[in-house]
Design a protein around this ligand. Structure first.
Ligand code: SF4
Length: 335
């Protein structure tokens, strides 16, 4: 063990290393890939694909239930309702707007015992408050406070920060994080984490942050760069523990090749699915059992969580729609 610690640069083990690692049994439901913006790193967006069909929504929900998922990660391009062809399609299907569709699909998930987590990009406080009863939790990546015009010409850090603040005021259990491995510097990563910690200090709504490795996909126009070294991960983890104690760190294992080396330091593996990763389709997850074995090798247990963490299961954070079901889950898990 000593040799491994020396190899990893950091030692002794993080005090959290004996705690279980968590994950969420998840399936992703893409309401639309259409997006008015053109982030250089994005391999997800489309222009004229339109909305997911009602039959496909039913199919994904059925597959989620049959496959044992609890979380439905519902995503889309940013503000697709602002695109005229989407607005027309929403009207044709009888939805008042895009948020009305998201609410309706979330309610269909809730009725069959699934827990929807929404990530639709920047939203206003009014929009977030409107969706709060329908979604057990929501999220949006900060990505970076280093605005790189070529990487995300229309999407500025100031807008994402305003969105994360709005979620805090709306009392929504929230997931955010940073993207690494696209050419950013270590000071930029730390500055971005510091901003997230400051937002959490004000609102208390961050339940976890992702340190997410950038993986270019089919449509990505931005090249990957070397990700953080293990020593740089260590520096980020230690800083985050000091700045935002109790807020979990997620590292998605299908995106970060060094995830097993980071097991002594991370808290969560994120949503894991037998279905494909809709944002990074070339990076499927391994079976749940393989993650379980890797955690066991590191001396840690892998346990399931909901998209809303136990830390945010109180009435302060959850709409009455969700309180009972969430408390039941965590009571059963603790029994
Ligand atoms: S990253 Fe999000 S906002 Fe940017 S182009 Fe892709 S879907 Fe749109």
């Amino acid at each position: 063990m000593k040799a491994v610690c020396e190899e990893l640069v950091w030692c002794p083990a993080d005090p959290k290393s004996a705690a279980p690692v968590t994950y969420s049994r998840s399936i992703t439901l893409v309401l639309t890939h259409d997006c008015p913006w053109h982030c250089g790193y994005c391999g997800f967006r489309s222009d004229q694909e339109g909305l997911i069909s009602e039959a496909e929504i039913d199919r994904v929900i059925t597959v989620a239930v049959q496959g044992g998922a609890r979380e439905v990660l519902m995503i889309s391009g940013e503000r697709p309702g602002s695109m005229p062809h989407i607005a027309q399609e929403l009207a044709r299907r009888g939805y008042p707007d895009f948020w009305g569709m998201a609410e309706s699909v979330a309610e269909r998930c809730r009725r069959v015992g699934l827990f929807p987590h929404g990530n639709f990009g920047r939203m206003t406080e009014g929009e977030l408050r409107r969706l709060r009863p329908a979604f057990v939790s929501m999220g949006m990546m900060l990505v970076s406070v280093w605005d790189e015009p070529k990487m995300a010409p229309e999407k500025k850090a100031v807008g994402r920060i305003a969105g994360i603040e709005a979620a805090g005021r709306a009392k929504i259990p929230f997931t955010s994080g940073i993207l690494v491995g696209w050419g950013e510097s270590q000071p930029s990563r730390l500055r971005s984490l510091r901003v997230l910690a400051e937002l959490h200090a004000t609102y208390g709504h961050l339940q976890e942050i992702l340190i997410q490795r950038y993986v270019p996909n089919g449509g990505s126009r931005w090249p990957a760069s070397p990700g953080p070294t293990l020593a740089e991960y260590r520096e980020m983890v230690l800083a985050w523990r000091e700045w935002a104690p109790g807020v979990a760190i997620q590292i998605p294992p299908n995106l970060e090749p060094s995830w097993e080396s980071l097991l002594p330091w991370l808290d969560d593996l994120g949503g894991i699915s037998w279905a494909r990763d809709e944002v990074n389709p070339a990076r499927p997850w391994a079976q749940w059992e393989q993650y379980e074995k890797a955690c066991a090798r590191a001396g840690r247990k892998l346990i399931e969580r909901l998209p809303v963490y136990a830390s945010h299961q109180s009435a302060e954070w959850l709409d009455p729609n969700w309180g009972r079901a969430v408390r039941d889950f965590y009571e059963r898990a603790a029994a």
